[in-house]
Design a protein around this ligand. Structure first.
Ligand SMILES: [Zn+2]
Ligand SMILES: [Zn+2]
Length: 298
């Protein structure tokens, strides 16, 4: 081995060792979850599943979404270090397991669980089908179009603008801080899941996003259920506008392909959209199938 290649291979080995050491140290020392404060008393928690929002008020803790039981336990542990206040209210943006599966961790600990009435019905139906009823903590409070309550210095308002990702998606507005949790009404640059079985509708979803852009403003900080790698889980109404355009173009594309005589099977094999898009992920077939079904439904 000459000197140059010896140095190169030594550097490679050292590099590999260094990387391995960092990965191992990270694995053992750092928790898998992340907490980021958005204001003094409002923060987000991410680990596995839809983004959780929490508000540490002087009247108790408010949590929006619960991921899965392990993740909620991690969150509860972390929040107990930050405040001695009890858990006052748990809100679900919608019923999917990656947003409400952790509710059970709050059993006997939280004042109330709140969601849209359709979200509660969806959660009950899904749990019955999956035979996981014993693993659920269902909402004991529901709302239809709006719900509002002053908690600490915040006025928390829930809005329902119609079917979107499901037929029970709530937008949760913390008015004083002007922060809105969008749940899965916003997939930031990631191909969305469109749950037609739970009443999702792309056309209506576009209207919901338009209503949200009108209701909230340029200064509103939005929190998203999911994002593509390299994209944020918080942002501005520009992201809502971009997602609106994406959904609109997916529908238009489906319409033109249906007119051209493509079958659903052919259509969902599309790997690249024929229009400029930043949207990523391997889930393109899902919105395409949903658009096709929506347009051909009788
Ligand atoms: Zn989700
Ligand atoms: Zn969802």
């Amino acid at each position: 081995m000459n000197r140059k290649s010896f140095l190169q291979s030594a550097a490679l080995t050292m590099g590999a060792l260094a990387i391995q050491k960092t990965v191992l140290a990270g694995f053992f020392q750092q928790p898998a979850w992340k907490i980021k404060m958005l204001t003094d008393d409002i923060g987000i928690f991410t680990e596995r599943g839809g983004t959780i929002l929490f508000y540490l008020s002087t009247e108790g803790i408010v949590v929006v979404d619960s991921q899965f039981p392990d993740q909620s336990n991690h969150l509860i542990e972390e929040l107990k270090k930050k405040t001695e206040q009890p858990f006052k209210l748990l809100i679900n943006t919608h019923h999917h397991g990656d947003h409400s599966g952790g509710n059970i961790a709050f059993k006997g600990m939280v004042g109330h669980v709140l969601a849209h009435e359709n979200s509660k019905a969806n959660q009950e139906r899904s749990a019955k089908t999956a035979k996981t009823e014993d693993k659920q903590l269902y909402p004991d409070q529901t709302f239809t179009s709006t719900w509002s309550e002053k908690i600490g210095k915040e006025k928390i308002t829930l809005h329902y603008f119609g079917a979107g990702h499901t037929n029970g998606d709530a937008l949760i507005h913390l008015e004083h801080a002007n922060i809105v949790h969008m749940g899965d009404l916003l997939f930031n640059r990631r191909h969305p899941f469109v749950d037609r079985g739970a009443g999702a509708n792309i056309k209506s979803w576009i209207t919901v996003l338009e209503k949200a852009q009108k209701k909230f403003n340029k200064k509103t900080q939005f929190v998203y259920g999911h994002s593509a790698e390299g994209y944020e889980i918080t942002g501005t109404s520009d992201d809502l506008k971009a997602f609106c355009e994406y959904l609109d173009k997916v529908l238009q594309f489906a319409e033109s392909e249906i007119k051209a005589g493509k079958t659903k099977e052919e259509f969902i094999k599309t790997t690249v959209l024929p229009f400029e898009t930043q949207w990523k992920g391997d889930g393109l077939a899902r919105p395409l199938a949903a658009a096709y079904d929506e347009l051909t439904a009788k």
